[in-house]
Write a protein of this length. Sequence first.
Length: 181
Amino acid sequence: MSHHDHHDHAADGHDMPHEGPIKTPKQLMAAVVASFVVPIIAIILLVNYVATQPKDGAGTAVLDAQAVAARIAPVGKVEVRDASNPATLKTGEQVYAAQCAACHTSGAAGAPKLGDAAAWSKRIKEGYEYLWESALKGKGAMGAQGGGDYSDFEIGRAVVYMANQSGAKFAEPKAPEAAAK
């Protein structure tokens, strides 16, 4: 063998022992213990975190009849009213207070204020039918009121109430006749 065939293995690093972070038996024992203790502590902390969250279950108000009924209650309901029965119909003032006052009291979105004769005068000149149709179909920022919570007759009553409070002399609309039996 020639001199060139021998490699200096020590210079290559092949014969050097592997060096790592653990150099003593004491460090090895600490690493082994930590590899068991750290996951156990993590598991205990997770279990405590999950177990301490409040839970609804048996013996709580969540299963009371009222709570269950509230959760399974229908989203909507159908109400059939007799349009010919004056007792079930709202007055113009009641409909105004419930449906119209939000905008017509403050003048929001350009709505004429209740009692503002100047703002209502040109609308009143158009007549009751025009105002009623505008209320039913919507006008400007006001959405259509027809087909909502109130009958067309009740909306008509509210139109008459608002217009008369603002200088008109409209007659109360006639109640619808009872449906043919």
